[in-house]
Design a protein around this ligand. Structure first.
Ligand code: 5GP
Ligand code: ZN
Length: 113
């Protein structure tokens, strides 16, 4: 499996894992776009949101909850933050292993597109 995020899950590529549980891990984005820029990913290889089954969909709630906890830990929860999932080519997805971005620590633009 040449998926870079699976290799991070498996510890084959070292990363500063800031959170882990039985379902997900979180680590800093290699190219941070804000003072806090963490990626929250499932341990299971799910290529994109588009390929998430209904049975797997509670995972998204869990990932959002972890983002919420990490935002508190990072001290950005009251100031505000953004969670983003890019899906597919036109959605701007670059790594085809489902992930949620947690961005904060600066004023983010209102632009979504
Ligand atoms: P996407 O564009 O797919 O939503 O986001 C992929 C993110 O993964 C990008 O923000 C990119 O900087 C980050 N990324 C790509 N490769 C690596 C890596 O090897 N390690 C880490 N920590 N982040 C990565
Ligand atoms: Zn993967």
């Amino acid at each position: 499996m040449d998926c870079i995020f699976c290799q991070i899950v498996d510890g084959k590529i070292p990363s500063n894992i800031v959170y882990r549980d039985e379902k997900v891990i979180a680590f800093p984005d290699i190219n941070p776009l804000a003072p806090t820029h963490l990626l929250i990913i499932p341990r299971k290889h799910i290529p994109s949101l588009d390929q998430l089954s209904e049975a797997e969909s509670p995972l998204i709630g869990h990932m959002v909850n972890v983002a919420n906890q990490l935002a508190k830990r990072e001290g950005i929860s009251t100031r505000g933050y953004r969670v983003v999932i890019n899906c597919g080519k036109e959605g701007g997805q670059g790594v085809y292993h489902l992930h949620l971005h947690l961005l904060g620590g600066r004023q983010l633009s209102n632009a979504l597109g």
